[in-house]
Design a protein around this ligand. Structure first.
Ligand code: KG4
Ligand code: ZN
Length: 355
């Protein structure tokens, strides 16, 4: 066992985050400053606003992560930073900051993949911090990872660290994106996921039959579902497909909104769970993990437990959405499994980085 404390830095979207994780499993700090409130009024993340917010808060966020972990720079063995995927301007702030700190404090630097990072939230098993419900054990390989976020929807089979196969992915919208778009149709604020979930509690998930796309065995498609919701909402108020979606919220009543939210959530989640079950049956993984913002969905957790015949441990809700603890954890495995160290004078961002 390599004893190491890693400082993780994450700025791929609207969260500025820093965290210190020990030995790839003990979360000593997890600091997140979000510019979400600044974006909510626009119904989505505005890249320029996100980048400016990162610049304003990144150093205090890192200072707080070190202080909460009771660490000085001498205690930090390496720095891990998200280099992609994400918004270019946002990634740049994190990567340039990490590069500068790696040079001035003479620390090894690792550039990590944000989407892979989400999976590593499942490797955190302990924390002295209050208010977290941690997994009791790390996943065992082979592991089936269900990655569902605002930018990604994919099924990945991990045989080991850094040895994985992408089984399938979305052909168009990510599932989180679909939640965000459907939220707009029924007049709920950004981010759509948690707001749809709340509205769905008052609705009937079987009120409306919505379609599941026919795509490759382990692939997904959510753009057709989003359009079906739009047509359904227009039909419910007796209008045609030409009726502007922006005026739908004022015409739909609360019961209709709740039923649309519940029916959409049910089908969108079932689409993911159907394919996860297929993959489970074909590959017989020892662990199944969920990762990414939509992994916070209680409906996803409920449906998975119904169909997957092995016990599943879920990450704390706060570790599903963007954070730096997952980045520090993945960084630990980069360092301990001999992944190449990045050149702090050259590490580049990769906004379109895929797994
Ligand atoms: O992973 P994440 O924080 O950012 C990306 O890397 O994309 O994911 C954000 C996404 C948003 O689309 C948000 O609507 C969705 O996660 N989300 C949820 C829930 N909480 C967040 N979707 C469904 N149910 C939730 N409870
Ligand atoms: Zn993310």
């Amino acid at each position: 066992m390599v004893q190491m404390k890693i400082l993780g830095i994450e700025t791929s979207c609207d969260e500025t985050a820093a965290s210190v994780v020990e030995d790839g499993k003990v979360m000593l700090s997890n600091v997140i400053a979000s510019s979400m409130d600044l974006h909510a009024q626009y119904g989505g993340v505005i890249p320029e606003i996100a980048a400016r917010s990162h610049i304003e808060v990144i150093l205090p966020v890192i200072e707080e992560a070190l202080a909460t972990a009771d660490c000085t720079w001498d205690d930090i063995d390496a720095i891990a930073v998200t280099r992609g995927a994400g918004l270019g301007g946002s990634l740049l702030i994190g990567v340039l900051t990490a590069r500068t700190l790696a040079i001035t404090h003479n620390k090894p630097l690792y550039g990590v993949n944000h989407v892979e990072g989400h999976v590593y939230a499942n490797f955190l098993t302990a924390t002295p911090l209050p208010d977290y419900t941690m997994r009791t054990a790390q996943p065992v390989f082979p592991t089936l990872a269900i990655i569902v976020s605002g930018g990604h929807s994919q099924l990945v089979l991990f045989r080991d660290h850094f040895d994985y196969t992408l089984l399938g992915r979305t052909q168009d919208d990510a599932i989180g994106e679909a939640f965000d778009k459907v939220a707009k149709i029924v007049g709920l604020p950004y981010p759509g996921g948690p707001n749809i979930a709340k509205a769905a509690e008052r609705g009937d998930a079987l009120a409306y039959a919505l379609p599941k796309a026919k795509v490759g065995k382990y692939d997904f498609s959510f753009s057709g579902l989003k359009t079906a919701v739009l047509r359904l909402a227009q039909a419910q108020i007796g209008e045609t497909y030409q009726f502007p979606s922006i005026k739908l919220p004022e015409r739909l009543n609360e019961a209709q909104k709740a039923d649309i939210a519940a029916s959409f959530q049910h089908v969108a989640i079932e689409t993911i769970v159907d394919k996860a079950k297929l993959a489970f049956d074909e590959f017989g993984p020892k662990s199944v993990v969920i990762a990414g913002g939509v992994a916070a969905s209680q409906e996803l957790r409920r449906q998975l437990l119904n169909v997957i015949p092995i016990p599943i441990e879920f990450p704390d809700l706060k570790l599903c959405t963007d954070n730096a603890a997952m980045v520090a954890t993945l960084g630990y495995f980069h360092a301990s499994k001999g992944q190449p160290v990045a050149d702090p004078y050259r590490l580049a961002i990769e906004p379109n980085l895929s797994m």
